[in-house]
Design a binder for this molecule. Structure first.
Ligand SMILES: [Zn+2]
Length: 252
């Protein structure tokens, strides 16, 4: 993240830089935000480094989960503004990262490797799972959603963001063959990966509003798209997906 910001600062054009005071839901007070360029990726809270994606997720999380301080949270990363916010505000927080060259459950230093398609956490471990910009990179997202549903307690929630066209349908860009090779259906689209994996990671799909159907088909009892009550500065608000596990499982 820091390197990405440094690169943006190095490439900035005079006159693009903007500052604005705006409420930061992570800092829980009005902070100074910077906009490095005329798009969402250039906006940061100068105090906690939150992005519009993080601001949107935390706004919706706090609206839907005011008792966050009592909740155990599993965040599908281990660093950054969201993770630090959860460490300060949740009852407990567990993090992980996906490292392609490590087995799920193995540790790299203090960070545990997890593949969301095959989590090593016991069933019913967490009240809430959060993620930002992860599931578009998961080859089998149905399996990933089902795994998150499994490790949530009854009544638990998955609150997350992905790049999404809320007026469109999901477009598959790539898939894994039976032999495990990547088969590209469209021009490969890569996103930056700050924790490794050669610095970039393939997007398997661009989501549309039917992500809700995928969550329901993967075991969640309800799912919907929510816009934060307070958009990020310069109106860069993102839709946040909230999926709920049934309060009681059908199984004994
Ligand atoms: Zn902040």
């Amino acid at each position: 993240m820091r390197n990405a910001i440094s690169r943006r600062l190095a490439s900035i054009q005079p006159g693009q830089l903007r500052f604005r005071r705006h409420p930061c839901p992570l800092c829980r007070q009005t902070r100074l935000f910077v906009r490095l360029a005329n798009d969402e990726t250039g906006v940061r809270c100068l105090h906690c480094r939150a992005t519009p994606v993080t601001l949107s997720l935390v706004s919706v999380l706090l609206e839907s989960q005011p008792d966050l301080a009592q909740k155990s949270v599993y965040e599908l990363s281990s660093r950054g503004a969201l993770f630090a916010f959860l460490q300060r505000n949740a009852g407990s927080v567990t993090g992980s990262e996906y490292f392609a060259d490590l087995a799920p459950g193995a540790w790299q230093g203090s960070i545990q490797c997890q593949d969301v398609q095959a989590l090593t956490h016991p069933s019913g471990s967490f009240d809430i799972c959060t993620s930002t910009e992860v599931f578009e990179h998961v080859p089998d997202d149905h399996r990933g959603f089902a795994e998150v549903c499994r490790v949530l307690r009854p009544g638990g929630r998955l609150v997350f963001t992905v790049p999404i066209d809320v007026h469109g349908r999901t477009i598959e860009r790539a898939r894994l063959s039976a032999g495990g090779d990547i088969e590209h259906l469209l021009t490969p689209e890569y996103h930056g990966d700050p924790v490794g994996n050669a610095g970039r990671i393939l997007a398997f799909r661009n989501y549309g509003a039917d992500i809700v159907d995928r969550l329901l088909a993967s075991g969640f009892d309800s799912a919907d798209l929510r816009m934060p009550d307070h958009p990020a500065p310069w109106n860069y608000g993102r839709a946040v997906v909230v999926a709920c596990k049934a309060a009681r499982t059908g199984k004994a």
